[in-house]
Write a protein that binds this ligand. Structure first.
Ligand code: NAD
Length: 301
């Protein structure tokens, strides 16, 4: 423990929030947690956290509040809704939202927090569930520089890289740009592999060739969508675990909203969104829980 222990409220203990909160506990911080799911709360209580009956109760006496919720509506309601935290927390409380949500909502919440004199950061993450468990996440932060300095020791316990993207909402915008590119790269990688295999190429050999040629990219080299090419990739375990199609669809939708807001042309992002939507509708599991690299199956149908 390099920093003194803090009282932290952690709201949202799912695939990402659960292990992130676990790392804070292991570093010696005192946690009060809340989630709508009782088993999710229980896992953290077993690890040493206190269970609060609601978000407001969790935030009582907290120096830092961290939220990791599914989408914009959840975050808006947590901070600005009835019993919202912005009106409830003590002066000086630092608010950090790590969920991936729209930049517009992130700005709205940060604006309301600022009116009460509170520091708030949008700090979405990259690195997935493995990064959350290992404490190696990348935080992409929007908000004031001083607020970020206050947050740095806490974020550093859960992640390895911390980037300051700009003012309120900038973290979300940068995250959406990244994930839109990721969605496009994965769809393109799947398409290239599918074409090669249809011509009789070995997907491993083709992946090796492209990884050392100008088509190289993260999806191909570290998260290959073809089963059997990469032992540790979701493709080699039936696309279970990883980053669900529903989350990729959400992020591509947010990217389109962001594009509309400024009139930016994002034709590939729009097409990728449609592809993942088609895939979600046609996928046997249909629940969007398969890893997003399963987009390759859309091409094999
Ligand atoms: P998740 O669905 O596993 O977890 C969300 C948790 O929030 C659930 O446990 C749910 O019960 C809880 N929750 C919902 N509403 C609540 C409320 N009002 N009060 C308290 N708890 C509430 O989702 P996740 O995979 O942990 O993702 C969380 C966020 O992180 C999302 O915005 C996602 O886009 C982003 N993200 C996820 C990944 C990933 O690989 N899973 C990677 C990067 C970013």
């Amino acid at each position: 423990m390099t920093t003194p222990p803090l009282n932290i409220a952690f709201i949202g203990l799912g695939h990402m929030g659960g292990p992130m909160a676990g790392n804070l506990l292991r570093a010696g911080h005192r946690l009060q947690v809340f989630d709508l799911s009782a088993p999710a709360v229980q896992r953290l209580v077993d690890a040493g956290a206190g269970a609060a009956p609601g978000a407001r109760a969790a935030a009582e006496g907290a120096q830092v509040v961290i939220s990791m919720l599914p989408a914009s509506a959840h975050v808006r309601s947590l901070y600005l809704g009835r019993d919202g935290l912005v009106d409830a927390v003590a002066p000086g409380t630092l608010l950090i939202d790590c969920s991936t949500i729209s930049a517009a909502v992130a700005k709205e919440v940060a604006g309301a927090a600022a009116q009460r004199g509170l520091d708030m950061l949008d700090a979405p993450v990259s690195g997935g569930t493995a990064g959350a468990a290992a404490g190696t996440l990348t935080f992409i932060v929007g908000g004031g520089a001083q607020a970020l300095e206050r947050a740095r020791p806490v974020l550093g316990t859960m992640g390895r890289n911390i980037f300051h993207a700009g003012g309120a909402g900038a973290g979300q915008t940068a995250k959406l740009c990244n994930n839109m590119l990721l969605g496009v790269l994965m769809a393109g990688t799947a398409e290239a592999l599918n074409l090669g295999v249809a011509h009789g190429l070995d997907p491993k050999v083709l992946s090796d060739i492209m990884s050392r040629s100008s088509g190289r990219n993260w999806a191909l080299e570290l998260y290959n969508p073809w089963p059997g090419v990469m032992e540790n990739a979701p493709a080699s375990r039936g696309y279970e675990g990883g980053f669900g199609c529903a989350l990729m669809q959400k992020d591509l939708g947010l990217a389109q909203e962001a594009a509309l807001a400024v009139g930016a042309a994002t034709p590939l992002g729009a097409l990728a969104r449609q592809l993942y939507q088609l895939h979600g509708a046609s996928e046997a599991s249909g629940r969007g829980t398969l890893d997003f690299s399963s987009i390759v199956r859309l091409l094999q149908a």
